[in-house]
Design a protein around this ligand. Sequence first.
Ligand SMILES: Cc1cc2nc3c(=O)[nH]c(=O)nc-3n(C[C@H](O)[C@H](O)[C@H](O)COP(=O)(O)O)c2cc1C
Length: 207
Amino acid sequence: MFQMTFRSIIEEMDKTAKPDHPILDVMTRRWSPYAFDGRPVEEAKLHRIFEAARWAASSFNEQPWRFLTAATADRPAFEKLASVLAPANHWAENAPFLAMSVARTRFTHNGSPNRVAVHDVGQAAAHMALQAVAEGLVMHQMAGFDTARAREIYGIPAEFEPVAMIAIGYEGAHDRIPESLRERERRPRLRKPQPEFVFTGAWPHAF
Ligand SMILES: Cc1cc2nc3c(=O)[nH]c(=O)nc-3n(C[C@H](O)[C@H](O)[C@H](O)COP(=O)(O)O)c2cc1C
């Protein structure tokens, strides 16, 4: 009985993806934890993470991504960025590094709307998340933040759109975070099966 319980605790906290088809190891190890260690992230690692964003593909090579960043080493800057977080995302203040992704919503070459700007910013963020794993770090993205406040306190120009907040750091002790968050971390990592989202011929015929 004890062994069963012990095993299920271990299994609950094994956050590695269990893919139906083999994928890159770095992808299986990416997940979005709530427990962060306060230890600062080395600047070289952060530069490599943003370098990964830099080399993402984008429509017309527009590279519409921008990132507002803050590390705990600069407390006022960190608190300014953390102040836009939604109450439900205050846990992210325990991460040593925060970033806000911002999208340029018009093309530079002709000023027309870039329908895929947010797609491209998301793609850059995905690169970052995988690079973070390769660096021994974790990354947790958040939609829950006050975009109007962000625009106001940073003076973000009208042709840019705040997209997501990003917490980056070393994984922390999971027994030190509030039970409500731990419960979320313990949830199994569920994914739709491919036939529910990969179609062929006609909508929604499974591939
Ligand atoms: C764009 C985006 C917005 C998200 N917003 C939040 C958020 O506001 N708060 C939160 O706790 N998690 C947020 N998440 C994390 C997701 O809940 C998480 O990625 C999802 O449950 C899948 O879990 P996994 O990343 O561990 O695979 C967000 C993730 C993404 C990509």
